[in-house]
Design a protein around this ligand. Sequence first.
Ligand SMILES: Nc1ncnc2c1ncn2[C@@H]1O[C@H](COP(=O)(O)OP(=O)(O)O)[C@@H](O)[C@H]1O
Ligand SMILES: [Mg+2]
Length: 329
Amino acid sequence: MSEELIRVENLTMHFPLQKGLLANVFAKEKRFVHAVDGVSFNIRKGEVLGLVGESGSGKTTTGRMILRLLEPTSGDVFYRGRSITSYTGHEMEGLREKMQVIFQDPYASLSPRMPIGKAISHPLRIHDLAHGAQARELTLAMMEKVGLSPAAFLYRKYPHQLSGGQRQRVVIARALVTSPDFVVADEPIAMADVSVRAMILELMIRCREMFDLTYLFITHDLATCKYICDRIAIMYLGKIVEIGPLKEVFANPVHPYTATLLEAIPVPDPRYRRTHPMPKGEIPSPINPPPGCAFHPRCPLAEPSCRLNEQHLVDLGSGHKAACSLKTL
Ligand SMILES: Nc1ncnc2c1ncn2[C@@H]1O[C@H](COP(=O)(O)OP(=O)(O)O)[C@@H](O)[C@H]1O
Ligand SMILES: [Mg+2]
């Protein structure tokens, strides 16, 4: 088994709730959005861990804390065994070359006024890795590798002159140009047209092999995990409710939330009937998360005890863990 590249321990982010000034002055106690609440997992070198959950479950916040774009309220992140909070400002700059991010919306993450060649080579210049002709050469080579071809022709184009799929390739090229070994891909295909989603996923799989990458693959869509993830972690209201090898979790989902997410994946067979009901209602507010198991208000199996007892991940063997005492006891 390969070495551990990333480990997060009890990662927690409670955002103070923004209210009007007067309301804050008169409030008896400060209120917080429990965006991420005690999340722990590791990612081995070369592995793809899928972080899956509905919108608002805390996936992006987790990714941003790992990249230290956001200081956690508590908990820690380790890169190659060393806590990233112990990095000095200068060391952190070096680490940023090694840990990169691909955002969901290529339009929002590219400047409309910067030719794409310049955008892709920008990280080389800010990290002082290459300048001038050398930066251009490295950029052209990276563009060809991610399928932006002919690179010399596309180099001077602006984002609006490209297709959606090409723009996402630009974002990928820009993330990979500094030779990172870890990439947080935050819903990289959510904004793409259906026709280009498979192409982008294939490109990400090819890049993983070409550049020996490790991914945290964030998605609200469990179905796409099948194509790229080795393991998956299911998040609900800031907590991981199930984690394990992809095949194992798909074949034997233990948490009722995982089971309902799996049931929601469309099956191309008109005779197929669902056996689990879909989750009722919407994900509750993370400002006052429900007591006990946060999923209990929507859970088809909920019993009175689920309101009372907080749930913890229980090890089921082979790295499979789930947090539902109804199913694990
Ligand atoms: N900067 C912030 N300030 C306050 N609340 C935030 C902030 N960022 C995210 N949140 C809240 O934290 C929760 C988790 O958000 P996020 O991590 O973006 O979830 P996801 O990526 O799974 O959709 C949401 O309820 C969101 O509204
Ligand atoms: Mg998000």
